[in-house]
Design a protein around this ligand. Structure first.
Ligand code: 5GP
Length: 198
């Protein structure tokens, strides 16, 4: 069976992306989250090496110069990147990597990873997203407005993705996520001719 697919997920922040990815990983040990490197401060409830690898701006810039990133971008005034080392670690496990990147990152990954499925998760509306970000309480009013602006800009690029999930309801969105991956694993384009015996 083909198992070499990769999943690339993007979503404006506050859309429920982390909950959907976490649910999928909890239910299926084939999936492994690709831990990104960032200069953004660690939030309550996050942990080093699980949510992100947290580094200083200087360290991040040195990693860029050394060519250590598969992709990187500045998002909400912080640096975020996927290190090649992290991807190699997951490939070595023979698992299905789930990349969580913004639209800039997804565009960079498009030409770089084979057999990737690109999924975009969106909120039911911008008003609903504003409510979720405010209720989450992790960002200042200024940060919320930056995130909302970015959300509108990111959503303009939806056509680079293969699938869109509208997150009205977490359980249903997580079901959609799993269904997409399940169907993609059976997609005829994932099978080399010698895998089908006639
Ligand atoms: P947050 O600060 O809310 O965890 O993430 C902010 C944004 O950065 C999200 O859109 C998330 O997808 C994006 N992001 C997280 N890791 C990476 C990464 O490695 N590369 C890129 N390009 N974006 C990332």
């Amino acid at each position: 069976m083909p198992n070499n697919i990769s999943i690339v997920v993007s979503a404006p922040s506050g859309t429920g992306k982390t909950s959907i990815i976490t649910k999928a990983i909890e239910e299926n040990d084939r999936f492994v989250f690709v831990v990104s490197t960032t200069t953004r401060p660690q939030r309550n409830g996050e942990s080093e090496g699980e949510s992100y690898y947290y580094v200083s701006q200087d360290d991040f810039k040195q990693m860029i110069v050394r060519g250590e990133f598969l992709e990187w971008a500045v998002v909400h005034q912080n640096y975020y990147g996927t290190s090649k080392k992290e991807v190699d670690r997951i490939k070595g496990l023979g698992k299905i990597p789930i990349f969580d990147v913004d639209v800039q990152g997804a565009k960079q990954l498009k030409g770089k990873i084979k057999n990737a499925v690109f999924i975009f998760i969106v909120p039911p509306s911008i008003d609903e997203l504003r409510t979720r970000l405010v209720n989450r309480g992790t960002d200042s009013e200024h940060q919320v407005s930056i995130r909302l602006n970015n959300a509108v800009n990111e959503m303009r690029d939806y056509r680079i993705y293969d699938y869109i999930i509208v997150n009205h309801d977490l359980t249903e969105a997580a079901e959609d996520f799993k269904a997409i991956i399940r169907a993609e694993r059976c997609n005829v384009k994932r099978f080399a001719p010698d895998m089908i015996r006639l």
